[in-house]
Design a protein around this ligand. Structure first.
Ligand SMILES: [Mn+2]
Length: 652
């Protein structure tokens, strides 16, 4: 997921001696009633649907109810229902339960200790075919006793560039936009510390986990970094679960990624390399990999990662539990500067802010405490970062994979996230699965097209297909896209797919999956009062006038929309030339001649004004005291006749 991800908050891993991975056993855990989600609210844990977060609209679509302006703290804590996944997995011992007496084979050694490579499929439980039995999550790690314990970066430690190599390191940085010099110094099969929370190594997983095809796409990836990514998969995954590792070379320009890579990987029969004959972009490259994948589950990984011990089984366990679960590991941080492996703060969810910027957000401490959320608890995620996840292969194709209209990369994580949630699936972060990732500030490779333009177009496409009436929020926060008149291409197929899959509305998604997102449908609503006259704008037949305010008069209710319209039902107040009177016009969010600027920080001197946007000289809506009419006049920042207040404001 080059570039698109925000960096989660992280801390250096406490340095440990090799093999010192003993962890305290998890305490006794009471099983919650099964098949419900724990919801978190101000009142505490409860089950059921949360209240609608948005104010109601009248029949004309104008927002009339005044939602209480609650203090932010209250709001935040009240809107964290549904963060946790179901605490019980299934009738059989699930991954969140304390180790039950294992029916499957147990790995030897002390609890929580890492073990060397174990090969072979665990024997099926002897009890019955319906209950295949479980085993403690395997601690496969071929790097447990590293070949060279003194090598640079061993055990995930930071490496310093020698004084006489500074210039070389600096000049090589651009090869990958991280410390390529150091990457080349570090063993491709280095050991890293087990960063899993206490209790993870005790968890039970089923003996009949599905197999997975690992798909890694890359363009011009740094040799040592790509190799380390592949080695980490091979070194720390139970071999019987890896159907194959598919490397998709998206038309790299580097010679070493051709025959040399083929030759190197030929020593690992499970590694397959797909050299694409032209640049596909990340999205289509992933599809190329998915199409040849033979495993039950697809696991997408970036090509600059290090999978940690026990990373795979917890992901596959969730997909086994429900094929509609999309399981993401916790993404840890491999420093781009010193290549150290750092853990991240727990309890982080993948979220987005408008206009669809992906980010990480910590679950508030009070919510964690109140609900006794444990570090090992699975976290439901409104959106995923996009680079690292496991998904049932058949389910992925049933969902229509990625929208084929999306180009190169950008926004595909939003698309798949909305699609999964709204069409019956779930996205989860599995704290017991951890994968390190080099977060880079910029893409090292050239973007085949105008990068910003591509990402914007992709996001607009996602908004058009998935956001319903909330797409105005997207455009309101990325207003330049409206001005650009972006062509998002044909949406017919995607809209058909949404119908065919009987996906829920975006409103449902907001209420049930991401209730803490601020998503008011309009910026302001209610009576529109003039400061000087204390009169209100009123619709009278086909025009607007200034009348005494009456909270019960529907003709005085207006919305100020994200697209900057002064809207009353289907009609909008239309600006006039300076000196003229405003009229009414059928609303059209794309018509710039209907737009007014109000409450905009871009024009602090006109915050309370209602200014005409499309004129070269700013003109403002003004109340004529004598004639009780409205007109457009040259803006005067101090004139109370040009100042207006809505009954309710929902956004700045
Ligand atoms: Mn990446």
């Amino acid at each position: 997921m080059p570039g698109s991800e925000g960096l989660p908050t992280h801390t250096a891993v406490p340095q440990k001696a090799p093999g010192d991975h003993e962890r305290a056993a998890v305490g006794e855990q009471a099983a919650a009633p099964k098949n419900h989600f724990v919801r978190i609210s101000k009142e505490g844990v409860r089950v059921g649907s949360p209240a609608a977060p948005n104010p109601g609209a009248d029949s004309a679509g104008n927002f009339t109810k005044s939602p209480e302006r609650r203090p932010e703290r209250h709001r935040e804590s009240g809107k964290h229902q549904g963060i946790l996944a179901s605490r019980t997995a299934s009738a059989a011992p699930g991954s969140l339960q304390k180790a039950a007496p294992a029916k499957g084979p147990r790995q030897g050694g002390t609890a929580g200790a890492r073990q060397g490579v174990r090969t072979g499929r665990p024997a099926k439980g002897s009890s019955s075919a319906r209950s295949p039995g479980t085993h403690r999550v395997l601690a496969v790690d071929a790097t447990l006793a590293p070949r060279d314990p003194g090598a640079p970066g061993q055990f995930g430690h930071a490496v310093a560039v020698p004084e006489d190599k500074q210039e070389e390191a600096k000049s090589r940085w651009k090869e990958g936009n991280f410390n390529v010099y150091l990457s080349d110094l570090i063993p491709v099969d280095r050991a890293i510390a087990d960063t899993r929370p206490a209790g993870c190594s005790e968890q039970q997983v089923h003996n009949d986990l599905p197999t997975t095809s690992i798909i890694m796409c890359f363009v011009d990836e740094v040799w040592s970094t790509l190799l380390r990514s592949v080695h980490s998969v091979l070194s720390r995954s139970p071999p019987h679960l890896i159907e194959e590792v598919i490397l998709v070379d998206d038309f790299s320009t580097k010679d070493y990624l051709k025959e040399k890579l083929d030759k190197y990987m030929s020593q690992f029969p499970k590694v397959k390399i797909l050299h694409l004959k032209e640049r596909h972009g990340l999205i289509r490259a992933r599809l190329a990999g998915a199409e040849i994948a033979k495993g039950d589950v697809l696991t997408f990984l970036d090509s600059h990662v290090e999978c940690n011990v026990g990373w795979l089984e917890p992901l596959l366990e969730r997909v086994r539990l429900s094929r509609a679960k999309v399981a993401c590991p916790v993404i840890e941080v491999i420093s781009d500067k010193d290549m150290s492996y750092m853990t991240v703060d727990n309890f982080q969810r993948g979220i987005f802010t408008w206009p669809m910027n992906f980010g990480w957000r910590q679950i508030p401490q009070e919510v964690i405490e109140k609900n006794k959320i444990k570090e090992t608890d699975i976290i439901r995620c409104p959106v995923m970062a996009g680079g690292l996840f496991s998904i049932d292969k058949k389910y992925f194709f049933e969902l229509g994979t990625y929208d084929p209209g999306l180009d190169v990369w950008g926004g595909e994580n939003m698309e798949i996230s909305f699609k999964v949630w709204m069409c019956g699936g779930e996205i989860e972060i599995i704290p017991c699965s951890r994968v390190g990732h080099i977060f880079r500030n910029d893409n090292p490779y050239s973007f085949p097209k105008d990068r910003i333009r591509t990402v914007e177009r992709n996001l607009a496409r996602v908004a058009e297909v998935w956001l319903d009436e909330y797409k105005d929020l997207f455009y309101g926060h990325a207003y330049h896209l409206i001005l650009k008149n972006l062509d998002v291409g044909d949406l017919t197929q995607q809209i058909e797919l949404r119908k065919k899959l009987q996906c829920k509305s975006f409103k449902w998604y907001l209420e049930n999956v991401y209730p803490d997102l601020e998503a008011p449908l309009v910026k302001a609503s209610g009576l529109l009062v003039n400061v000087a006259t204390a009169r209100c704008i009123t619709v009278e037949n086909t025009t607007v006038a200034l009348e005494p305010c009456d909270a019960n008069n529907e003709d005085q209710k207006f919305n100020y929309t994200w697209l900057r319209l002064l809207q009353h039902g289907e009609v909008c107040v239309a600006p006039a030339a300076p000196g003229g009177s405003p009229g009414l016009h059928r609303c059209d969010g794309r018509n710039h001649r209907l737009k007014w600027l109000h409450g905009s920080l871009a024009r602090p001197e006109l915050m309370e004004h209602i200014a005409v946007e499309h004129l070269p000289q700013p003109a403002c809506l003004e109340a004529d005291q004598a004639r009780k009419t409205l007109r457009v006049n040259a803006c005067d920042s101090s004139s109370p006749h040009q100042k207006w207040h809505f009954g309710n404001y929902y956004a700045d």
